[in-house]
Design a protein around this ligand. Structure first.
Ligand SMILES: [Zn+2]
Length: 442
């Protein structure tokens, strides 16, 4: 027996206290998260903008952005405690095996109405996943309502009515439930069929699924959630088309979405297949920025495409998943693991995978940190690309406007920034572009 194939049996020992490791991991992960939030909370006590931004960001906007960030952080603190408590209770009271048993009862009840080939552990895994997901959604709904109707409303961002909010939530639940079901069924099926050879095949399944998520899904989902209209003819459209033609960006159409009906936050992005992409602008961006500033924002987005940043993210996600599957080999047939989490003789790969993912949360902390460095680096590179196309000044002005409109924290704590913010702060980005202006942007 080789060293690697004997490893899983080393991990299968009654003397390993899996629940203890789980509890330590949950506490460690959430404690680290709270510590990072605490550092940012202290940084938010600063009373005036950083020296480099004094000319661009007025005192009033700065204080507003600090207050907004502080309110959101308070909610994050609460969420962290709530998540940790939930995960610990799940394991303490053996809720995973209980939900698994409940899924079996549901499966038995619906089995007579289904084709025989459908009934089995794979469908049971799908039911388990949906019960879990529904429970989580119901439990987090009060927090989502609070975030939107108290915090976002207080700072002037929320444009939802309770009805439109609930309708959107319902759409997201339906969509997420489909995604969860596909992954649960796919992974369970692969493990069921290939046994310990599942790592390679699960990775292939996940790669195909990720490509599907990155390309087809946004094209389907965005029009379902937002009202999407073709950008009207005029100066803005001409300028944007001139840019896409110049850099040979395969744009199929330019759209505007009614982001303003839900929130006053503004943005722009593109989505779609490699050879046919849709550029999507928020109506809030069009209202607040001038034509050359919007073109500069698009130049930055095109930078992401030109420099293969989407592909890098996809590969990053994929590599993370492969490592994750590989490590799961230690748990798939691990009797001590199943026993300690209350499963007795039941073997359910999908449930083991769910618990295993919670167990390795502390490792995820490092993974996310690494992936965040990649996205932050790519933001600088996309800015650099826009600069090379001659949009340096317009991009800087657009970034200042977007940060002001979104009340983004301009002077975050460095560790918080590294770990939690996928985009570098305004101060960092402006100095990287080399933007110097004494004039205030309004
Ligand atoms: Zn970007």
């Amino acid at each position: 027996m080789s060293f690697f194939s004997s490893l899983p049996s080393l991990f299968d020992s009654p003397s390993i206290n899996w629940k203890g490791i789980f509890t330590t991991g949950v506490l460690l992960y959430h404690f680290a998260d709270s510590y990072i939030n605490y550092r940012q909370f202290k940084a938010l006590n600063k009373k005036s903008p950083p020296a480099a931004l004094k000319a661009q960001v007025d005192q009033d906007t700065f204080i507003k952005s600090q207050n907004y960030a502080r309110d959101r952080l308070k909610l994050s603190f609460f969420k962290t405690v709530y998540q940790a408590a939930k995960q610990l209770l799940y394991v303490e009271y053996d809720l995973f095996p209980k939900i698994w048993n409940l899924s079996e009862i549901i499966l038995k009840n619906i089995a007579p109405f289904l084709p025989k080939s459908f009934v089995g552990t794979i469908l049971q895994a799908v039911i388990f996943e949906n019960i879990q997901f529904s429970l989580n959604t119901v439990m987090s709904l009060p927090l989502d309502l609070y975030a939107n109707f108290i915090i976002e409303a207080k700072h002037g961002f929320n444009k939802y009515t309770l009805k439109s909010f609930l309708i959107d939530q319902l759409k997201i639940i339906v969509f997420s439930s489909i995604i969860h079901s596909i992954v649960a069924a796919g992974i369970s099926k692969v493990i069921d069929y290939f046994g310990l050879q599942f790592v390679f095949y699960s990775s292939v399944f996940l790669l195909l699924f990720l490509i599907f998520l990155y390309t087809v899904i946004p094209v389907v989902i965005i029009p379902w959630i937002y009202k999407m209209t073709s950008l009207e003819n005029g100066e803005l459209r001409n300028e944007l088309e001139a840019l896409t033609a110049k850099v040979k960006f395969p744009s199929s159409n330019l759209f505007v979405i009614d982001g303003s009906s839900k929130s006053s936050h503004s943005n722009a992005f593109f989505s779609g297949l490699p050879w046919s992409k849709q550029i999507v602008l928020y109506d809030t961006l069009i209202e607040s920025a001038s034509t050359d500033e919007i073109v500069a924002v698009l130049a930055h987005e095109i930078g992401h495409w030109k420099l293969n940043h989407i592909l890098q993210l996809l590969i990053g996600d994929f590599v993370q998943s492969v490592v994750n599957f590989y490590l799961f080999l230690f748990f798939l047939n691990n009797k001590s693991f199943y026993n300690q989490f209350g499963f007795g003789n039941v073997r359910a790969a999908w449930v083991a995978f769910t618990i295993y993912n919670l167990l390795i949360q502390p490792v995820e902390l490092l993974n996310n940190l690494a992936l965040n460095q990649l996205t932050r680096r790519n933001e600088y590179l996309a800015d650099e690309y826009a600069k090379e196309l001659g949009y340096s000044d317009a991009l800087a002005r657009a970034l200042i406007i977007l940060d002001k409109e979104n009340l983004t924290s301009t002077d975050p704590d460095w560790l918080y920034s590294c770990y939690k913010l996928s985009h570098p702060s305004l101060t960092e980005r402006l100095s990287a572009i080399g933007y110097v202006s004494e004039k205030k942007i309004t």
